[in-house]
Design a binder for this molecule. Structure first.
Ligand code: SF4
Length: 347
């Protein structure tokens, strides 16, 4: 069945009829120092500019409350608290301003503790993600995908008995095929939104390939309301990969689509070095544009003509194209500012 519920997470709405959102998870313990917290808020601002919609923080201790509260009230995007084992931490995070919490009800303990969390979440309009990983399921003889899906349905039933429906579910495994199977099975039986991810997927290449393989199939089938590309690496790379996946699938339009030369013996201009110098700027621009950065006269002018904005380097001369028309010739030193100015002027 298709997703028939929408879930409110702070300023964002996700689920039925809405395009999928990109999420990441902060990669360090929360800072305690005000200067570092402000630096973190600036970093979240950059992630937001790159296309990140939600950010999750591990909330392992009551001592994190002050920092977490500051982050929740200053972050430009909704903030999620990741809670394990202690339901009082969940209550604490909700009171501190979390927009959503992620729990595995199976490791929170007695059902009355889960009920207390549901009551507090309801009072504060906080969403809850039921986060199940293949490594932390109740014991059972069923195949893992069925066990994951059935466990989530059981918890959703608990939640509904407490009149709580602002729920999202995630069924993650490090095995990408199990991830696909479990999510397909759940989506065939429930209209609650799913958060997608392949967990512990490794460093950049393996994580992006495995996540794209699994999440690409699910998203193409209309399954998935939020996603995280989990990478053992920079969270900026997670966001970049998530946005690129959605753009490739036609599920997101905003953001720069980059076309650039591979390493190539014919290049007469260092397009790789140029891209490295300008990529962070491009990733932070929220316009629906294709930008080509080409290294020689073989395919450069041709690609430049089909991009919104392009530069083609031929020796020391850089040619700037807008909508396929050659508009300027600049030096290598002027190329970056000329490109960024052209992007700024573009509709
Ligand atoms: Fe190589 Fe030139 Fe083609 Fe770029 S445009 S890939 S430098 S041949």
């Amino acid at each position: 069945m298709s997703v028939d519920k929408q879930v409110r997470v702070g300023t964002k709405l996700l689920g039925a009829g809405l395009p999928p959102l990109v999420q990441t998870m902060y990669d360090n313990p929360m800072p305690r120092d005000k200067e570092q917290l402000d630096e973190l808020i600036r970093r979240i601002g950059s992630l937001n500019a790159m296309g990140c919609d939600l950010i999750r923080f591990s909330y392992p201790s009551f001592e994190d409350r002050e920092s977490f509260s500051y982050i929740c009230s200053h972050s430009p995007i909704p903030v999620v608290a990741d809670i394990h084992f202690d339901y009082k931490l969940a209550l604490d995070a909700i009171q501190a301003g979390a927009h959503k919490i992620r729990i595995n009800p199976g490791n929170i303990g007695a059902r009355w503790k889960v009920d207390e969390v549901l009551a507090a979440a309801k009072d504060h309009n906080v969403a809850i993600r039921i986060g199940l990983n293949s490594g932390s399921l109740p014991k059972g003889d069923d195949p893992p995908a069925k066990l994951m899906s059935d466990t989530a349905l059981t918890y959703l039933n608990w939640f509904e008995q407490a009149s709580f429906t602002n729920s999202v579910v995630s069924l993650k495994a490090s095995d990408e095929n199990l991830t696909i199977e479990a999510n397909r099975l759940f989506a065939s039986q429930s209209g609650y939104p799913l958060h997608l991810g392949v967990t512990e997927a490794g460093s950049v290449v393996s994580a992006v390939v495995r996540s794209t393989w699994a999440l690409g199939q699910l998203l193409s089938e209309g399954i998935g309301s939020t996603l995280r590309i989990s990478i053992t690496g920079e969270i900026e790379t997670e966001v970049q990969a998530g946005v690129e996946l959605l753009r490739t699938l036609g599920l997101r339009r905003k953001g720069i689509r980059i076309v650039s030369c591979p390493r190539c013996g014919r290049a007469s201009f260092d397009s790789q070095g140029f891209l490295a110098s300008v990529e962070q700027d491009l990733l932070g621009i929220n316009k629906d544009l294709t930008v080509a950065i080409m290294g020689c006269q073989v395919n450069g002018p041709g690609e430049a003509k089909s991009a919104d904005i392009a530069i083609t380097g031929i020796g020391n001369a850089i040619f700037l194209y807008v909508k396929g028309e050659l508009v300027r010739k600049v030096s290598v030193d002027e190329a970056k500012s000329a490109l960024l100015e052209a992007i700024e002027d573009a509709e």
